[in-house]
Design a protein around this ligand. Structure first.
Ligand SMILES: Cc1ncc(COP(=O)(O)O)c(C=O)c1O
Length: 415
């Protein structure tokens, strides 16, 4: 099979193939991609997230040291001495697992400490912990909304939000477009029991920020609630890293604050912060919470320390922002199209899937680990390289990466 003629979207469903036939055809596509040096996904790291990483080349098996610009570990808390020490202490004290689901013995005092800490950090009364951010978004929405309700979603919200709305009515509004949101709210007026507007604080593939202040004001004026997914905002934006509500000075005004522990906080898991009554309801009706073993003690211990680090070491966030400004200024000067990015996520918009795969191959050959984002994850005309920065990138890493991107951009006629 010639993989350059297909995209992942072609394998979502193949009408005349059963599941095994579809898997066989996809295997042929994947192998051809690998042979062409386009096997950019599921690359294997030997040392974990950091400004550089030891990565196994899928074609040759060779291990290469690469500048790693594809992580969501924005403050590099995965490797912070305090998160490691706290995780180790929790592992020693409680063991390697929580042993049960949260309602049936799996709730540790450590979990409650983290719930209280993240709730306070987000300016909410209470919080609930999940073992993934995907599970928290999906499980919360499924528990809250039925066919009598409606979710009004920004067109670019995360997949976990879309999956969580499968049992309810949904309507999309154009990305960050207040007029489009108003039309959606107007249409939903007086028709549904619960109306919930859901947005991401920082968009994962674009790095732009939701107009949360305007969204909250408009939604509330129509009697709708607001849920914001703070996955890429926590630890990164707001004067104290508290996220999008802090960035806009509206802490305490967003009805439901969702987030993940796997990005800026450097471990794994998800949370929902809201009023005490809603959180209690989720304890008993959110299936991905009730029927799933509680987070590991190690992750929970590390996360308590991660929140302390965010509060007491603002220089990490400052370093991240210095890097963001330096990198954005240089990429813009080179002539790259960065869309509306404002944060640590830089989309380099190319608009041609095959060119994106080839550019990514060249970046990897030259020692820069970036990710391709192609159709159907984004529209075809907006396919891109996605770059993300960490506080731990040094000026030397940034300059090397800029040189590689300049070289590759010129080679492919993008700049
Ligand atoms: C915006 C957004 N929400 C939720 C998630 C899911 O979080 P997790 O990786 O913790 O499952 C992700 C990323 O993976 C994300 O980008």
């Amino acid at each position: 099979m010639d993989s350059t003629k297909y995209s992942l979207a072609d394998f979502i469903d193949i009408p005349d193939q059963d599941i095994m036939g579809r898997a066989r055809l996809f295997a042929a596509y994947a192998e051809d991609s690998r042979q062409r040096g386009h096997a950019h996904y599921r690359r294997i790291s030997l040392d974990g997230s950091g400004p550089t990483m030891q990565v196994v080349d899928p074609l040759t098996g060779q291990v290469n040291e690469m500048i790693y610009m594809a992580s969501n570990d924005y403050l590099n808390l995965t490797k912070h001495p305090r998160t490691i020490a706290a995780g180790r202490a929790a592992l020693e004290k409680y063991g390697s697992g929580a042993g049960s689901v949260p309602l049936l013995g799996g709730t540790l005092d450590l979990h409650v400490e983290l719930e209280q800490k993240i709730a306070k950090f987000k300016g909410c009364e209470d919080a609930i912990l999940y073992t993934s951010g995907f599970g928290s978004n999906c499980g919360t929405l499924l528990a809250m909304l039925t066919d009598k309700d409606i979710a009004i979603l920004d067109l670019l919200v995360h997949a976990s939000i879309i999956d969580g709305c499968k049992n309810t009515n949904t309507r999309f509004f154009r990305h960050n477009d207040m007029k489009s949101l108003e039309r959606a709210l107007e249409k939903a007026k007086d028709k549904y029991r619960t109306k919930l507007v859901v947005v991401d604080g920082v968009y994962s593939m674009d790095g732009d920020i939701a107009k949360l202040d305007e969204i909250v004001e408009m939604a509330h004026s129509y009697g709708a609630y607001v849920m914001v997914d703070e996955a890429h905002a926590t630890g990164v934006i707001g004067a104290n890293g508290r996220g999008t509500p802090e960035h806009f000075g509206i802490e305490g005004k967003v009805d439901i604050v969702a987030g993940t522990f796997s990005k800026g906080l450097g471990a794994v898991g998800g949370f929902i912060a809201a009023n005490r009554e809603l959180i209690q309801l989720l304890h008993f009706f959110s299936r991905s919470y009730m029927f799933s073993t509680a987070p590991t003690p190690q992750a929970t211990g590390s996360l308590i320390a991660a929140l302390d680090v965010i509060e007491t070491e603002p220089e990490l966030r400052q370093q991240l922002w210095d890097n963001i400004h330096y990198f954005r200024d240089n990429l813009t000067q080179l002539g790259f199209d960065l869309g509306n990015s404002e944060t640590a996520i830089f989309p380099i918009i190319i608009g041609d899937d095959l060119k994106v795969r080839e550019m990514c191959r060249r970046c990897h050959e030259l020692g820069l680990y970036v990710n391709p984002v192609q159709y159907p994850a984004v529209p075809k005309r907006l396919s891109r390289l996605r770059i993300s920065l960490m506080s731990a990138h040094t000026r030397e890493h940034l300059d090397k990466a800029l040189n590689i991107l300049e070289h590759v951009g010129k080679e492919f006629g993008v700049i």
